[in-house]
Design a protein around this ligand. Structure first.
Ligand SMILES: [Zn+2]
Length: 171
């Protein structure tokens, strides 16, 4: 089987193998992927909490002045229900649904973190139009929760409350 570039899909010869984070890339894509990979690791360390993420496309407290294209992220969390079931056996308020809820929250948090990193890589300071899909899947190894998130990366300024103008006025 001929290998393909993980980015552009071009067929790779034996001489042009650039292995980055477990995937092969062509000579053209490799430098960019490598730079992103380095950036991603830096961002994971530094944190990206200052990047805002909202479900609306036009948040009232932000002035979006540039869109930078779609960003996406996913997170997978394996459920350890048996363990949690016994924990919750003694907890009248939690119960099994409470435990599952916590796993969803955990997966959601992880996906949001990834999405913020992807946004930071393209130079955004926010993500608008967030869409999230949640799946509970039965695997051989047990149940897993899969969270998929997509949004639009943007550059935005904080909108100043205008005393003089009506809403929507920039001044
Ligand atoms: Zn390529």
């Amino acid at each position: 089987m001929a290998k393909q570039c993980g980015e552009c899909g071009i067929k790779l010869g034996f001489r042009s193998l650039n292995h980055i984070d477990g995937v092969d890339y062509c000579d053209e894509c490799a430098p960019r992927i490598k730079a992103d990979s380095v950036k991603r690791k830096e961002l994971q360390k530094a944190g990206v909490q200052d990047i805002f993420v909202v479900t609306m496309s036009d948040p009232p407290d932000k002035l979006v002045h540039k869109t930078l294209g779609p960003v996406s992220a996913r997170a997978v969390v394996k459920l350890d229900i048996l363990q949690d079931f016994f924990v919750n056996f003694m907890d009248d308020f939690g119960g099994r649904s409470g435990a599952v809820q916590r796993y969803f929250k955990k997966a959601e948090k992880a996906a949001l973190q990834e999405l913020r990193i992807e946004a930071a890589i393209v130079g955004a300071n926010g993500v608008v139009d967030l869409r999230a899909n949640y799946d509970l899947m039965e695997m051989k190894q047990g149940k897993i929760i899969l969270v998929n998130m997509t949004g639009t990366a943007v550059r935005a300024a904080t909108a100043q409350d205008s005393v003089t103008g009506p809403p929507g006025t920039v001044g």
